[in-house]
Write a protein that binds this ligand. Structure first.
Ligand code: GLN
Length: 391
């Protein structure tokens, strides 16, 4: 008797690098600068809004596309922060941004379609494209600036190319596309008739006074861009899993059809709290300001201890260059040994790279933690590195 076979995409797949490293951190008691999440709770005003909503509002299914109040608040947030003019009908609320990515890919990709992904790429994209019957086509970004190379993109486009996935700002590098990158990507989408699935979950975690501009706002993109956002990233509440997708209303409606058979709805009390949070600009601003401080603290401590950091401008992450920091291990060996021997978890960049040319000299560290924890982690890493040469 043969046993039924599970889908090889999943059957042959390990758990994500985030799950692996957080699991090792739990097991060993290491400081977890791997998976990205803040250590503390979300802002008190958000917790109060959640408690109020939980006491006063319905706990039953909200509308599939999201509470009208949250759809309106998301549209208003984008009008205020990015100058986008979107009706509430352009917003579909999802259970986290990964569900939004899945819904977008399911709504866009048909069997045989090619989808352009930029390496390093968030780990969910390629498996979702493959499960939708599509073919991921990887285009490598070049460190340290991780720029988008027009010639490389044009060379990758074929008559079967249906879409590109742009993660901007980019996880794991913490860099952001330049205005000319965005203009060039929009031009290519228009001239090759492509959709752009824009994972912009880090849009509000930008530093040095930089404002976020969406690919959706570029000429010709209103009917091509599907823009994804995340309350977890805006407010530092990663376990809430409240995200959304924004597109022209008729496109959003179709994405909603894919979403309705994934999670259908998102807990209403969380939606109420996020709506209230988005309506109070000071809350999101203070989160970003706090993370600007933790980013500076981590980079300062790393630099002081002789670690070479790569330039970044956004996200909860800073990357270090291992050889330039006096470490000859490759990134995965570093991450596995550091969690056990130094007591610090990190993310090796090559885990988020498919296709040729993966750099193996870069690891990602998460900074949205108390400064004392960051100092402790850097000191542990420095002491351990200094002992590496001797052993
Ligand atoms: N976005 C988180 C990170 O980059 C990981 C989320 C997850 O664990 N799937 O660290």
């Amino acid at each position: 008797m043969t046993a039924p076979r599970l889908h090889p995409i999943y059957a042959d797949m390990p758990v994500t690098i985030f799950e692996e490293m957080s699991g090792l951190a739990r097991q060993t008691g290491a400081i977890n600068l791997g998976q990205g999440f803040p250590d503390g709770p979300p802002p008190p005003a958000l917790l109060e809004a959640l408690a109020r909503a939980s006491a006063e509002q319905s706990h039953q299914y909200p509308p599939m596309a999201g509470l009208p109040e949250l759809r309106r608040a998301v549209a208003a947030f984008y009008a205020r922060t990015q100058g986008l003019d979107l009706p509430p009908e352009s917003v579909i609320v999802t259970s986290g941004a990964t569900e939004a990515v899945a819904s977008a890919i399911l709504a866009v990709v048909q069997p045989g379609d090619e989808v352009l992904l930029f390496s390093p790429a968030y780990d969910a994209y390629a498996p979702l494209v493959r499960r939708a019957g599509g073919v991921p086509v990887f285009i490598a970004l070049q460190p340290p600036a991780w720029r988008y190379d027009r010639a490389a993109i044009e060379a990758a486009i074929t008559p079967r190319t249906r879409a590109l996935v742009l993660n901007d700002p980019l996880n794991p590098t913490g860099t952001a596309a330049s205005p000319s990158d965005l203009a060039m990507l929009a031009e290519l989408c228009v001239s090759h008739d492509l959709f752009a699935i824009c994972d912009e979950v880090w849009e509000n975690v930008r530093f040095d006074g930089q404002r976020h501009d969406s690919l959706l706002a570029q000429p010709g993109m209103e009917r091509r861009a599907l823009k994804i956002g995340s309350a977890g990233k805006i407010f530092g509440a990663t376990g809430w899993k409240v995200g959304w997708i924004v597109a022209a209303p008729d496109i959003a409606a179709v994405v909603g059809r894919a979403h309705q058979f994934l999670t259908f709805t998102t807990p209403p009390m969380l939606q109420w709290a996020v709506a209230e949070g988005l309506d109070r600009p000071d809350i999101a601003r203070s989160c970003t300001a706090r993370w600007a401080e933790t980013r500076a603290a981590l980079i300062e401590a790393l630099t002081r201890e002789g670690f070479a950091t790569l330039p970044n401008a956004a996200t909860w992450f800073s990357c270090i260059d291992l050889p330039a920091s006096g470490i000859t291990l490759d990134d995965r060996t570093f991450a596995l040994r550091a969690v056990h021997q130094a007591g610090v978890a990190s993310i090796p960049l090559s885990a988020l790279w498919e296709g040729a040319g993966a750099p193996t000299n870069i690891v990602r560290l998460c900074h949205c933690k108390p400064e004392t924890m960051l100092m402790d982690a850097v000191e542990r890493l420095a002491r351990w590195r200094d002992g590496l040469g001797a052993s």
